[in-house]
Design a protein around this ligand. Structure first.
Ligand SMILES: [Zn+2]
Length: 279
């Protein structure tokens, strides 16, 4: 299950609450050779050991990236975007056997990070952050779809410049907003009543508003309900948000108009739509 902006934001807020002021005592890496070879996890444990005895100052989120800032210009950058579980443990002896990174803190608490798909676990100095594609993509230019930073006028203007289909305009490296994956995309387009193969630059102003409102609706609801139903938060609590449209709904009847939901193959994945509601 992918972790998109709402889930990353929930984790970052919980981590900020639990971890601020803590100092790592030890860092342990395991079962991660493949991800290390692909560059998704630092190759040397010594990179993580730089965090030991440094103090956590704050934890922030942008897109699907979670940045834990330490003293002495150090950072832990986590992006479990294709799935992952980040858990806080009150007593370090209760940590699970399966994890890739475990940080034991000086106060006997611990954090474990387990990637279940592709993602990033990087320990980086401030001046190394730009080496990470997640940092370049999520923290540098585009905004997360959170209420404060995400404004209609700039969103609308950015869409007009995108002569590409809506999937490319809203998801991935060149998107006008960061942190939406295929799951949020299908749900948002269904709520907006817009076909995903439409070109972003050809939408009307009214459709821009419908899209913007649908993004706000989906993000707000997912934050409110603790993330998607497959998601578990920092305390191992499951989320409660069920999308109105998802990849496994092909063949079902649309609850609004009764048409049969169809599955499209494009943009590097499956995408379900209601041909009755989405024009
Ligand atoms: Zn419908």
């Amino acid at each position: 299950m992918s972790i998109e902006f709402p889930e990353a934001y929930i984790l970052a807020q919980q981590m900020n609450k639990e971890l601020t002021g803590k100092q790592p005592l030890t860092c342990t890496l395991q079962n991660c050779t493949k991800l290390q070879n692909l560059g998704f996890i630092n190759t040397h444990i010594s990179d993580f050991e730089r965090l030991c005895n440094k103090t956590i100052k704050t934890v922030i989120c942008q897109g699907t990236g979670i940045q834990t800032k330490f003293s002495d210009a150090l950072n832990l950058l986590l992006a479990p975007e294709y799935g992952g579980i980040i858990l806080f443990h009150k007593k370090s002896d209760l940590t699970p056997k399966k994890f890739q990174l475990k940080i034991d803190f000086t106060d006997q608490t611990a954090l474990t990070v387990t990637l279940t798909g592709m993602g990033v676990i990087h320990a980086l100095l401030d001046n190394e952050l730009y080496n990470s594609y997640v940092y370049r993509r999520d923290f540098s230019q585009t905004v997360s779809p959170s209420a404060e930073a995400f404004k209609f006028d700039s969103f609308s203007a950015a869409l007009l410049k995108k002569n590409v289909n809506l999937k490319t305009a809203l998801v991935g490296r060149d998107a006008v907003v960061t942190g939406l994956g295929n799951s949020a995309f299908q749900d948002i387009l269904y709520h907006a009543g817009i076909h995903p193969k439409r070109k972003a630059s050809k939408l009307t102003k009214v459709e821009h508003h419908r899209l913007y409102d649908a993004i706000q609706l989906v993000i707000t609801q997912r934050l409110k309900l603790g993330g998607k139903i497959q998601f578990v938060d920092l305390y191992n609590k499951r989320g409660g948000y069920k999308p109105a449209m998802a990849s496994d709904m092909g063949g079902q009847l649309c609850s609004i108009c009764g048409a049969v939901v169809v599955t499209l193959n494009f943009g590097g994945g499956h995408c379900c739509i209601c041909p009755g509601c989405q024009k």
